[in-house]
Structures are given as C-alpha cells and as structure tokens.
Ligand binder design. Structure first.
Ligand SMILES: Cc1ncc(COP(=O)(O)O)c(C=O)c1O
Length: 456
C-alpha cells in the first residue's frame, strides 16, 4: 500500500467512528437520491470521502453535524452564507414577506424595485438588473445576451474557471493538461459527457493571467468574439488573484474589438467588498453575474449590466424569462442582505479578520517548515501547499500538493474546523465570524500543521 492508501484506510475507519449517523443517513439517502446528496459537488468524487457529513443545523459561523460535532464553518454553503447561518434579520425579512405578501405572482411588485435598486447602488457595473434562481442560469443569460447584442458567436473563457453547468460554458474547468495540450493555445474540453461537442466551435479557451496568448487571440479573432467571460479572481481553482494589469487588459481589448466583458461574480460578488471584485480591482465589466452572497443564503442569482447592454431586454428584443425569477423570497432576502452589507466598516473589519487568519496560517506553516502560499482577500482565500506561486490552472495542477492538503483538511476536521476537502476549493470567512473563531482556528492549525510536519 502507498502512503496515501494507508492514510485513506486509517481515515475512513476513524471517520466511520466519528460520523456514524451521517453514515446511516448517507446509506438511506443513497436509496432515493443519486449519490446520496442533492448536488454531485457534495459527494465522494468531489472530496467528501468516504461520505459527506450530514448537517443538523447551522447558526452564525458554526455548523453542527448529526453526530453532534460543532465546527467553525469556512465552507459556508460553498459561499452563499456570507452573513452566517440563519441570519436573524434576513430570516425575519423573508418570513414576513412570505406571510404578508405571498411567494410568486407571475407579475411585478414593489419589493422587486427595492431589491433591484439596492443591487444597482452596490455594484459599479450594474445599472439594470434581473433576478433569477442560480448562478448557472445567470451565466446562461449573460452568454446569450452577449451573442444577441454583438451578433457574434465566439466566447472566450479560461481554463480552471467554473461558470456553472450549462452546455455553453461547461468546458475546461480542471481539465487534463495532456488532453488540452499546449497552454498557449489549449483545446476546449467538455467538463463531462452530454455536452454537444459541436459547441467547441463556439469557444476559445485560454490560460488565465497570460497576457500574450490573450492579446494574440484577440488580434487574430477579436472581431468574431461576442464576449470574454472570466472570474475576476479565480475562486474555482483554490484562489488565484489576477496579475496587476490583467483585468485592465481584458477590459481594454474587449472594448477595442467590440466584444463584451462578462465578470462572473457568482462567488466574488459582495465578497472582497460590497461592490464585488469589480469595485475591489476598479475594472467595470459590461455584464455581471451574481449569486452566492446576494441573498444572504437564500437561493437567488442575478444578471446585471450597463443600461446600454440591458436595453436589449428592456426593449423586448431579447426575452429573459423564468417563472421563479424575482420571486418574493428572493427579493426580500436581497433587500435585507443589501442593507446589512451597507453597514459602515463591515468589510474593512472582516477583511482584517480574514487576513489575520490567512497570515496566521501562513506563519504557523512557515514555523513548522511546510511551504505554503496563502492567496486571497481576507473573506475568501486558499492555503496552497506549494512553494511556487500559482497563476492559473496549469500551475495549480503542477505545483499544488493535494496529498498534504487532504491531510490538512482531515486534521482540522477532527479539531472542529470545517472547510472544503478539495484543495481546488477555498475558505470563506463570513461577515459574522469573530475574533474568537479566528483564535480557535489558529490554535487548531498549530496542532494540525505540527502533526503533518512530523509525518512529512
Ligand atoms: C463563478 C461561478 N459561476 C457560476 C456558478 C454556478 O452557480 P450555481 O451553482 O448557482 O448554478 C458557480 C458555482 O459555484 C460559480 O462559482
């Protein structure tokens, strides 16, 4: 047996003793729910081995599993619980709205204007907005709108980014470098079966943070490009920040060739700052997609943009529809969440708290002799087990040590700290995590990283 196989066997045995009720519920769930969970992202192939924890409840920055373990939660529902679990203000706003108004009218209503206005006020690139149900839906609309507006077909996207599960963008996320070939000109690879291969003709895939390949492709085919879609900071490959000037380059080149720039801010929206990554980096896209964070944990997404671009919907030249779009639950949640996010100083405080955690983790790792690179902006970051900086998917694939990360996740779990077991995800710090949470996490990290260092 390899070292990893021995570790896995020992962990599986310990996990079954740690989480027996989760094991029973998983077996039961697996009889009626494919894979035993409502999203494949919650199953073993995505890291939740040998089976996912079943959750009893969450409150604030804490989450409790059915076996009675409480964790400081840095998974945060994969991002949406930006205000922690069961935020009392948002919960009350939603409950009141359901009780006083209803849920779904098939017609507009006043609260919808309030929610839209607050999003427009918060996000620099959004002058008009439509609410929808999931990030994948919002991205689907952004792609189609960009094609309708420009009357062009080509979309440029980047390896290692994730833009949801729709056919048009479900390509080249954590792609096999051998299959994708030359990083200067990668081949688009569908992220799973069922995606029509013909769509390859509608895509150009590039390595992110690589100005040369982008400039070259725009010079060759810029006039055919409908849109460039990017996560403004990549939160779907751990955490990767844009190199200085890179987002500005995407902005200037898209303008030059009459293509639209789409910032997929499904994760970054409301995360680094209230106006999202576009405010933080000072680069304004034509279209923005939002989801996680927008409704303080309630299911809502949005597609927004300049008046010029959104006029295609306003004038009825493009039909953006959806039975559940802008339902009462969504608009009540958005309105209440936007109010909380406008609290003066809230982002400064939490970024500082998150940086204290990130820098503290980095210092402990250095002290025990484990090379790490902690990358991100306080409220969302990843600790890469790497001695080299990571700028895009190819470098993550080459340099990030998955085996050590897995041990890190396991050591922290048993010390009461939960984050995603996959090194290509990240840690989220909510706006309600406290100094005490950070102290306790750093104390756990001291034990975890020391244990790992002893066994390297
Ligand atoms: C950047 C980004 N875009 C789009 C999506 C898809 O959002 P949803 O899962 O709500 O469909 C995700 C989901 O993680 C995402 O991270």
């Amino acid at each position: 047996m390899t070292r990893a196989e021995t570790d896995n066997a020992a962990f599986n045995t310990a996990y079954q003793a740690w989480a027996p009720l989760s094991g029973e519920l998983f077996a039961q769930a697996s009889t009626v729910i494919p894979g035993g969970a409502g999203s494949s992202a919650r199953t073993a192939p995505f890291g939740w081995k040998p089976y996912p924890l079943f959750i009893a409840q969450g409150l604030g920055s804490r989450i409790t599993d059915v076996d009675g373990h409480e964790y400081i939660d840095y998974l945060l529902g994969l991002g949406p619980m930006i205000l922690g679990h069961r935020n009392p203000i948002v919960t009350e706003a939603v409950v009141n709205a359901i009780r006083d108004l209803g849920t779904c009218f098939g017609l507009p209503y006043e609260l919808e204007i309030e929610a839209a206005q607050k999003v427009v006020d918060a996000v620099p690139g959004i002058e008009m907005v439509r609410f929808t149900n999931s990030g994948s839906e919002a991205v689907g609309s952004a792609i189609r709108i960009s094609r309708a507006v420009t009357k062009r077909r080509l979309i440029i996207r980047f390896e290692g980014h994730y833009h949801g599960w729709q056919d048009t963008v479900y390509w080249s996320n954590h792609v096999d470098p051998v299959a994708a070939g030359d990083p200067n000109s990668p081949r688009p690879i569908p992220s799973g079966p069922g995606v029509p291969i013909e769509l390859e003709q509608t895509l150009i895939v590039l390595s992110w943070n690589d100005p040369e390949s982008f400039i070259r492709v725009m010079a060759e085919r810029g006039h055919e490009v409908a849109a460039v879609i990017t996560e403004p900071a990549v939160l779907n490959t751990g955490c990767i920040m844009p190199l200085p000037g890179y987002l500005e380059l995407l902005r200037s080149e898209t303008k030059k060739y009459g293509a639209l720039l789409i910032f997929d801010e499904v994760i970054t929206g409301f995360r680094f700052s209230r106006g999202g990554a576009q405010e933080w980096f000072g680069v304004t896209p034509d279209l923005t997609t939002l989801a996680k964070g927008l409704g303080g944990g309630f299911p809502v997404a949005a597609i927004g943009g300049s008046k010029e671009v959104m006029s295609i919907i306003a004038e009825g030249r493009y039909s953006h529809s959806g039975t559940y779009n802008a339902n009462v639950i969504q608009c009540a949640a958005v309105s209440a969440t936007m109010d909380i996010l406008a609290t003066p100083g809230i982002y400064e405080r939490q970024r500082e708290l998150g940086f204290r955690l990130a820098n503290g983790l980095s210092a402990i790792a250095n002290e025990v002799g484990i090379p790490v690179i902690v990358e991100g902006i306080g409220t969302a970051f990843q600790m890469w087990f790497s001695d080299k900086p990571i700028h895009n998917w190819r470098e993550a694939d080459k340099f990030a040590n998955e085996e050590i990360f897995t041990r890190w996740y396991r050591e922290m779990l048993q010390r009461g700290v939960l984050f995603h077991p996959n090194h290509l995800e990240n840690l989220f710090v909510s706006l309600v995590h406290t100094d005490a949470d950070i102290d306790k996490t750093l104390e756990a990290a001291q034990g975890a990283l020391s244990a790992i260092a002893k066994n390297l």
